[in-house]
Design a protein around this ligand. Structure first.
Ligand code: GN1
Ligand code: MG
Length: 367
């Protein structure tokens, strides 16, 4: 297995025999490897999950466009963000197809890079907010029609909920009975959760180019605690800033892991929420509308709910989408998301007050 992967390097690099390839356990979709020379990481090699990304060519065109756009954006913001480089294949393509039909791509490794799984410092949350806010500004110049829709309706709750209902009907994994409480929870909340989709439909929320997968561990930090890059650009597509803000809070303000099995460890850290919001709103201020900012607390709930429903759907379907490490992994992930949603509900008013405070502070600085 490992030798096979190493052999792939030959399509990207003339000389690769001395390099070491180490698998990384990040992400639930693609397979990711670090490529090192003498212990120093040089590249990130990835096998793209072509079951999930059916149009790999479109995906890679998007990635290349987004990286180029960010590259020119960061030139205007010296010292703030770095951009990964796509390493083309030796024959000049954006990706390589191996003899078994597997799709591979390679990126430069950002030196000193580290990621954060659980946020423990408010300064990290603030830095992360700033970086994702800059990202929003950085990609805002891309015309929507130039991006291929790699996964249609990615954060559409109508579509995700239909898939859930479909899973319930078919019960392919024969597991419905194991998830009775979670199924009831999802059903109870669906009407309330349709608020954001309804505001998108009515035009109250602007559509923008967004990242769509802003887990906190998709940020790269320097050793001295600055958020220096945004990774995982697979799902950059039109959407709303609420998706990015919400998913970042879902992962950053959770004191437990995304798949924490002891739900008592799952708390919602309102100070992380405050710090992230301050960074995000400050750096994306030129774009964000009042309607968007007002809905940020709810966005955190929306993204937590939608992820819970997606994990639950995959559990019922018999684990056909996400990589899992044990039989009820998706159910545990769903439980953790729904527990977090409960903790957020208790702090919803506090979140609204926090957003008001953050915006008031920013306005005071300006006047
Ligand atoms: C998947 O593979 P990863 O971890 O970057 C998923 C996201 C979910 C996330 C949940 C293409 O992302 O939408 O938020 O898992 N990506 C896709 O952790 O479905
Ligand atoms: Mg991803």
């Amino acid at each position: 297995m490992k030798t096979d992967v190493k052999y792939i390097l030959g399509s990207f690099l003339e000389v690769y025999e001395e390099l070491e390839v180490v698998p990384l356990s990040i992400g639930h979709i693609n397979k990711t490897y670090k490529v090192l020379a003498d212990g120093i990481p040089l590249y990130i090699l990835q096998q793209i999950n072509a079951k999930v990304f059916k149009n790999v060519d479109g995906l890679m065109q998007n990635t290349s466009l987004v990286l180029d756009t960010l590259e020119s954006y960061v030139l205007r913001k010296p010292g703030q963000l770095q951009v990964q480089r796509l390493i083309p294949t030796i024959d000049g393509h954006l990706y390589h197809i191996d003899k078994d039909g597997g799709y591979w791509r390679m990126f430069s490794f950002i030196s000193g890079a580290r990621t954060i799984e659980t946020v423990r410092k408010y300064s990290d949350a603030y830095e992360g907010g700033k970086a994702y806010g800059m990202f929003l500004e950085g990609v805002s110049s891309i015309p929507a029609e130039e991006l291929v829709t790699v996964i249609p309706d990615f954060h559409s709750l109508e579509v995700r909920y239909k898939a859930f209902e479909n899973a319930l009907e078919l019960n392919l994994g024969n597991r419905k009975h194991e998830a009775a409480a979670e199924i009831a929870f999802a059903k109870d909340l669906i009407d309330r959760m349709m608020l954001i989709p309804s505001k998108i439909k009515s035009g109250e929320l602007p559509l923008r180019i967004v990242h769509n997968d802003t887990k906190f561990n998709n940020l790269i930090f320097s050793a001295d605690g600055r958020a220096i890059a945004v990774t995982d650009l697979d799902t950059v597509m039109p959407g709303t800033s609420l998706f990015d803000f919400g998913d970042a809070i879902r992962t950053a303000a959770n004191t437990g892991r995304e798949d924490e099995s002891d739900v008592r460890k799952i708390k919602f850290d309102i100070s992380v929420f405050e710090s992230f919001s301050a960074g995000y709103i400050e750096s994306a201020e030129s774009l964000l509308t009042e309607n968007e900012i007002k809905l940020f607390p709810f966005a955190a709930q929306y993204m937590t709910y939608i992820m819970g429903v997606r994990f639950l759907t995959d559990f019922i379907n018999g684990d056909v989408y996400y990589q899992t490490r044990y039989p009820n992994h998706n159910l545990i992930r769903c439980r953790a998301q729904f527990a977090l949603l409960g903790r957020m509900e208790e702090q919803l008013q506090a979140m609204h007050r926090t957003i008001a405070r953050v915006t008031a502070r920013l306005n005071a600085v300006k006047s």
